[in-house]
Design a protein around this ligand. Structure first.
Ligand code: ADP
Ligand code: MG
Length: 394
């Protein structure tokens, strides 16, 4: 299905394999707070180990900016991985050089090793060729399973592929397949739900799906900008002044488009954004003065759910309200439940929305949840992701 080689195209037995993973997990002191990203890479890790690879994992963690930072060492991650695969994963304090070479030479088939945070090296984010070559040096193959970092051209995501054969891991392959499904072979009606904070972050995704989808449902802070463009005042709500013109043009375009554009027709608003503050449901024209729209209202939720019910495929990015502060997670939660109850094939992407859906314990109800934030958006925009381009063509 994808035009890139994957681990299915190589024989890993006895081979030294460098695998780039996205283990950029949230830490709480010395503990991994959320291990979703580690679990997402387990299928590739387990497959390669079972097939007798000598597997060496490399990832970034946080933003050390090219310096060694004690609190961003990979040790807690190696520990959590060891627990998950019930096998000790040794971790070393370097990324390139003699320690790596000696340790890799001593590995046996089916063994694992984890390198230090690759962003401790200043050459990593510069995609320095000499560093990439050094990184590749002890290995026969390079496997990239870090979809979440595929939009960055760094030494461990792109540079290394110039020196050894580079293939996709199972997570990378699945991400590409699932995210292209709605672009290449959408089931119709295709409904796209877009939320989150800013129009400016997502304008190219909005445009792409405006062309592709049958319905475009807009919520969250982004919808405020559209509502201002439609002529509402919206009081003290968050919106982007400099995007009002763009939003107005899209509203105008929608009048002649095949794609139906649905904006909220009621909103939940507060005067002060904090837990437990008094809130009311308003029509858009009633949000004025000190009021701020922080969620879609119940009528909008019902309308969105009825569109979802009639859809064959739903693609969703961005939360529909300030989900971090309950009860303003209600619109997001109700729409997620609507997807769960529908027969539509559902694909969800975007860091904050994925966090919201996990918080609401609705992950099981979604057909595919992307592990990428920025990478997912760029993929949907139709941008070339350098980490994918660097892999061998089929
Ligand atoms: P994602 O990471 O899923 O792509 P974004 O990063 O674009 O989403 O946006 C997420 C943020 O949008 C959240 O922090 C949320 O609080 C905020 N947000 C959602 N609705 C509103 C709103 N009505 N007003 C202000 N902020 C909002
Ligand atoms: Mg975000």
């Amino acid at each position: 299905m994808i035009n890139k080689k994957s681990i299915e195209d190589i024989d890993p037995r006895g081979k030294n394999i460098l695998m780039r993973v996205d283990f950029n997990v949230p830490l709480e002191g010395n503990r991994v707070r959320d291990d979703s990203r580690i679990r997402a890479a387990l299928p590739t890790i387990e497959t390669l180990i079972k097939e007798g690879a000598r597997l060496v994992l490399v990832s970034h963690l946080g933003r050390p900016k090219g310096k060694s930072v004690d609190s961003l060492k990979m040790d807690p991650v190696a520990k959590r991985l060891s627990e998950l695969i019930e096998m000790h994963v040794p971790k070393i304090d370097s990324v390139v050089g003699s320690e790596v070479e000696e340790k890799v030479q001593a590995m046996k088939d089916g063994e694992l090793l984890m390198l230090e945070n690759v962003r401790f090296a200043p050459e990593e984010e510069k995609n320095d060729p000499a560093f990439a070559r050094q990184l590749a040096q002890p290995f026969d193959y390079y496997v990239n399973d870090a979809f979440g970092t595929a939009h960055r051209a760094h030494a461990s995501t792109v540079g290394v592929a110039a020196y050894i054969p580079a293939v996709a891991g199972m997570l990378m392959k699945k991400e590409i397949e699932e995210l292209s499904r709605c672009l290449d072979e959408p089931q119709r009606p295709l409904t796209t739900i877009l939320g989150g904070a800013k129009v400016s972050d997502k304008i190219n995704v909005i445009r792409r799906f405006f062309e592709l989808a049958d319905n475009l449902l807009v919520g969250g802070g982004m919808a405020n900008t559209f509502l201002v463009a439609a002529g509402f005042d919206l009081g003290s709500s968050f919106y982007e002044k400099e995007q009002v013109e763009t939003a107005a043009a899209l509203i105008e375009q929608a009048k002649e488009s095949r794609c139906r554009l649905l904006l909220p027709n009621d909103l939940v608003a507060v005067e002060e954004l904090k837990p437990g503050s008094p809130h009311h449901t308003f029509k858009p024209e009633e949000v004025t003065g000190s009021w701020k729209a922080v969620d879609i209202g119940p009528e909008t939720t019902t309308r969105f759910k009825s569109v979802i019910k009639e859809s064959a495929m739903v693609v969703w990015n961005g939360p529909l309200g300030v989900f971090e502060i309950p009860p303003f997670d209600r619109g997001t939660g109700e729409v997620a439940s609507g997807i769960a109850e529908s027969k539509a094939y559902s694909v969800v992407g975007g860091g904050d929305l994925v966090a919201a859906i996990e918080m609401l314990k609705l992950s099981e109800q979604i057909n595919f949840i992307s592990t990428g934030g920025g990478a997912t958006l760029e993929f949907w925009e139709g941008k070339e992701l350098p980490g994918i381009t660097a892999l061998l063509d089929r």
